[in-house]
Structures are given as C-alpha cells and as structure tokens.
Design a protein around this ligand. Structure first.
Ligand SMILES: *Cc1c(COP(=O)(O)O)cnc(C)c1O
Length: 442
C-alpha cells in the first residue's frame, strides 16, 4: 500500500507537474498560515492514506452483506468497521456512514420524512442555522414549508419561540444544531417540544461532533430521533456525512414504513444516493478511530480553551461577541460598530496569514458575501497544539490588523505595509512553532 501511494505521488510529480505544483502549494499554504475557519479541520496523514486507497475502485450499491454484485466481501469489512466505530464513538444504536456529505445526509432524512409542501421548523440561516435547515436559497426551503426560529435578546436560542412556532405551525420535523452558534444546544428541550407537537427531531451536529464525541458538549443521540453530522469539520475526517440513531432506533417510521432505522437505510440507498464512496468510508473509519483516542480528547479540551481564550481577549479589546462568549469552537465577532465589513476583515487578515470567514451576525442587513462580522474557529489551531496562551496572542494579532485597516466601503480597504509585514512575520513564526502534524514535507 505504501509503495502504491509513494509511486502515485512520484508519478503525479513527473507526469503532471502542473497539478502537482498546485497541490504542493496548497499543502504549503495550509502549513504556513493560521486557519481559524470554524468549519474546517485537518486530517491525519493516515486518513489521507485511507482516502487514497484502492477501495475507491469498488462500486458497491447496497449495504454490507447485501450488495448488488460480487467482489464486495472485503469492502464490506471496511464499511462494517466504520459503522461499528461510529456507533461506539457516539454511543449510537444505528449508524449509516454512506452519506457523501452532511447536506446529503440532511436531505436524505428530510426528503424521506417529509412530502413536498410539508412543514419543517429549523434555525434561520441569518441567526446561525444551516442552508439545509430551511433556507429559501436551498432545496429545503423550496420543497418544504420551512418555518424559522432564531435567537433571543441575549443571543441565545429562543426556546420559547421554538415552542410557540411549533404549536402554531405543527411541523412534521424540527431541526436543531447550527453552523454559527457558540453556545450549548439544549437537545432535551427541543425533544420536549417535538413530542408535544408529534414531530420528529433531527439534530445536526456537524459543527460540534468532536466535542459531542468527547463529552464536552451534551450528546443529542438519545434525545433526537435522528442525528446527522459531517465528518470533515470537527471529526478531522474526510468530506462526508453520518446518520446516527440512539434510543429511537425502533420508533415507527412515517406512514407504517417499518421502524426508523430500516427506513433510514432505504432513505440513503436507494432513495437518495447511489453507490457509496468506499475510500471515503475507509477514511471515516480511520478518523473515528482517532476520535476515540485520549490524544483527541486532549485536542478537544484545547479547542474549547483556545476559543474561550480568543473570545475573552477580543472582549477585552472591545469587540462584541455574538451570544456573549463561547462554549464550543466558534467565536462570532460583530464588526459593525467598528465600521468594518466581514469581507474587509477577512481579506485584510488573509493578507497577514490569518484565515477566517466573513459571516452575517444577527440583525445584519449586509449581503452574505459581505457580512457584518467574522466567524472564528479553533479546530485547526488546537490540532497544531495551540491552547489558551496562543489564543490570546492570535486575538492580539487580529486586533492589530483590524485596528490598522481603513475601510473604503464594504469591499475595499487600505492596510499599512508595516502592519502587514509585522503581523505576517509573527504569524509565520507561530505557524512554524506549531506545524501541522505530519504536513511539513511536500
Ligand atoms: C457544514 C454543515 C453542513 C453541510 O455539510 P457538508 O458536508 O459540507 O454538506 C450541514 N449542517 C451544518 C449544521 C453544517 O454546519
């Protein structure tokens, strides 16, 4: 296997130097810059190797032991391993590892549970929800009657509004979990509302799956009927999705369609997807094994310590933080009072080697590609070994850049050269001191 991967990399360099150069540049960029993108992480080299394995060659419609053609005996073992590890990491009674992404996992679940025009209740995109939770810009908002809840005056999920909207609209599905929300989600409270109105509860833990796995965020697996997640954000795995079920594994599926887990098996295949990506499933199995280690638990401790450290230092320096702080990996910084758009902040920071993403903040009227703030995340920094002390340093560097920026409208700005040089070299120093494990050689 090693010879194949090495030979493949060498052949790529010789036969396709153009592509090889771009891939090498990307690896170098990841190592030399400081990623604070909340929706990303870094995979271990062993996850890369699993993803690059010959499992990619097998077309395997169906599930282990029930495939539509021969030659699947070995890859059945791969998929079974991924399923076992997913169930073990999350204490689940059922896991489906075939979804190509969390978007696909969510849509497989929603389109199986709901008919077009049925009502769902999810968190508004503008207040921290995900596109797939009912945004009119996405399939979920177009094919279903999507009702949205948001945040209260303190920037916390408005559970009273959730209950009121549920009673008024009688959704068939309620979705909890978020994309830009820095506080603990009370899954039991969502389940009580779902039970009151007879809805299924789907928890999407794409952003906090790592913290859930190590117990630093409460688990929805036995509260929600169905839990979904992606494997490439906080599970440090390949691009892909997961579907999990806990105590409701034998709950009835809609319209007399058997129990929930048999129904979800069919929801992914043949209803929503075709053949699974077995190389990605191998990489999921590898990532989930790493998630189960004490070293990963330590990483998640640093994830929370880093984001708390960053939030505290930014508050100290006068930046309003949405929800008033953080319990997870995310810090959502409101830049409107500073007269800076998220876009300007994102670009100015990237010039200095700090990679973040522009984000709308509650009450924001800017277009999504401008945004009134930035979202910061600590997954990659924690993976590099950084913790509270480095978090304060990063917040200081961010403040140095943002304080030096002169905005020239929502899309243009000036940044003095001396600030750019000084911060860039400090970021480079920090990145060199905390290299991405295993990524140093090209
Ligand atoms: C990122 C995200 C998704 C989509 O994940 P993909 O795997 O990129 O499709 C779904 N739900 C939430 C809450 C997310 O944050």
């Amino acid at each position: 296997m090693r010879d194949l991967l090495v030979a493949g990399a060498e052949r790529l360099a010789v036969d396709d130097p153009v592509l090889h150069r771009v891939l090498a540049r990307e690896q170098a960029r990841q190592n030399a810059t400081l990623s604070l993108v909340a929706s990303s992480s870094v995979v271990d080299p062993s996850v890369l190797a699993a993803q690059a394995s010959t499992a990619v060659n097998v077309t395997a419609e169906g599930y282990p032991g029930r495939r539509y053609h021969a030659g699947c005996g070995v890859i059945d073992d791969i998929e079974s391993l991924a399923i076992e590890r997913a169930m073990s990491v999350f204490g689940a009674r059922y896991a489906n590892v075939q979804a190509h992404s969390a978007t696909t996992a969510n849509y497989a679940v929603l389109s199986a549970l709901l008919d077009p025009g049925d009502t769902l209740l999810g968190m508004n995109l503008a207040e921290g929800g995900h596109l797939t939770h009912g945004s009119p810009a996405a399939y979920a908002g177009q094919y279903f009657d999507a009702v949205g809840y948001g945040l209260d005056a303190n920037g916390l999920i408005d559970y009273v509004q959730v209950a009121e909207l549920a009673r008024e609209h009688r959704p068939k599905v309620i979705i909890c979990g978020a994309t830009a929300y820095s506080r603990i989600v009370d899954f039991a409270r969502f389940r009580a509302v779902a039970d009151e109105v007879g809805a299924y509860l789907m928890a999407d833990i794409s952003h906090v799956a790592g913290l859930v796995a190590t117990g630093l965020h409460p688990s929805p697996v036995d509260h929600a009927h169905i839990t979904t997640a992606c494997t490439h954000k906080q599970l440090f795995g390949p691009r892909g999705g997961l579907i999990l079920v806990g105590r409701d594994h034998d709950a009835p599926a809609p319209k007399g369609n058997g129990d929930l887990t048999a129904f979800l098996q069919r929801a992914i295949f043949p209803y929503y997807q075709g053949a699974p990506a077995l190389n990605s499933i191998a990489a999921k199995a590898r990532a989930l094994a790493i998630v189960a280690t004490p070293a990963f638990a330590a990483t998640t401790e640093r994830i929370v310590a880093f984001s708390r450290g960053m939030a505290a230092e930014l508050v100290e320096r006068g930046y309003p933080i949405v929800s008033g702080g953080t319990d997870n990996h995310t810090v959502l910084v409101d830049l409107r009072a500073r007269g800076l758009s998220g876009l300007v902040a994102e670009e100015a920071l990237e010039e200095c080697g700090i990679v973040v993403n522009k984000n709308r903040v509650p009450g924001d009227t800017t277009p999504p590609l401008v945004g009134g703030g930035v979202r910061l995340g600590s997954n990659s920094a924690a993976h590099r070994g950084m913790s509270g002390a480095e978090a304060a340093r990063c917040a200081e560097l961010i403040d140095t850049v943002l304080s030096a920026v002169t905005p020239l409208g929502p899309r243009a700005y000036r940044l003095p050269d001396d600030v750019r040089y000084s911060v860039s070299s400090q970021v480079a120093e920090l990145a060199a001191k905390f290299p991405l494990p295993g990524y140093a050689t090209v």
